[in-house]
Design a protein around this ligand. Structure first.
Ligand code: NI
Ligand code: MN
Length: 225
């Protein structure tokens, strides 16, 4: 499983020869100006919630690639009206796709579309593929619901928001890593705009002091599990 960071909360996942994009927000992120939107491959686009900084490029990418949108019922319905194929899910539900399984899990946040219309309830994803398990938290506060995940799944990586203000910050993300029983963390949702700027060295040191590994990727860089 290869995981590429495209800035903010945007990820690319390659698993079982399938390309997945998560929460593509690239054309609106000046820090990701070196990422060519027209070259990104996608068979599926996973969307955690309806906020602009998570859905901005979904329509353009889906129409170019024919990718299927996987998200909550309301977000999938929104994109189906635009002619985009979707697979609706809701919290606690799991589905077997050709690349592996996806479970839509709880997040504490909001989820309106940019025009204010209802975007369902926000979520995160637990994805299994190539015998690896990852958790993509989405925008969320620290929540006890995270403790449900390791009851069923031994995670290899937790992808957690760390930028604070709109989501968990660093200290809560350290607790989240305890809750999901995974000490290997990829941080995201930081630095994109002023409210969420963080000191990278302080963040990495705080995780290190708890014997955890926080990875902060440059935009365009990847890790392999
Ligand atoms: Ni959000
Ligand atoms: Mn966000």
């Amino acid at each position: 499983m290869k995981i590429t960071f495209y800035g903010h909360a945007s990820l690319g996942i390659q698993v079982n020869d399938v390309d997945i994009l998560v929460d593509p927000f690239i054309s609106g992120n000046p820090k990701a100006s070196h990422i060519n939107l027209d070259e990104l491959k996608a068979d599926y686009i996973l969307v955690t919630h309806a906020h602009q900084d998570h859905i901005l490029d979904v329509e353009a990418i889906a129409k170019r690639t024919g990718a299927m949108v996987i998200s909550n019922f309301e977000i999938v319905s929104h994109f189906e009206k635009l002619g985009i194929e979707g697979h609706p899910m809701n919290h606690g539900g799991m589905w077997d796709f050709d690349f592996g399984t996806v479970k839509y899990v709880n997040a504490i946040h909001t989820s309106s579309f940019p025009d204010g219309s209802y975007g369902g309830q926000p979520g995160g994803f637990v994805i299994e593929g190539e015998h690896k398990n990852i958790y993509i938290a989405g925008d969320t506060a620290l929540t006890f619901d995270m403790k449900l995940i390791p009851l069923q799944t031994k995670l290899d990586l937790a992808i957690l928001p760390i930028g604070d203000n709109f989501t968990m910050g660093i200290n809560d993300a350290i607790l989240a890593s305890d809750f999901v029983a995974c000490d290997k963390v990829l941080g995201y949702h930081f630095d994109t705009f002023g409210y969420i700027e963080i000191d990278h060295q302080v963040a990495i040191q705080k995780f290190f002091e708890k014997e955890k590994d926080l990875m902060l990727l440059e935009i365009g860089d990847f890790i392999e599990l």
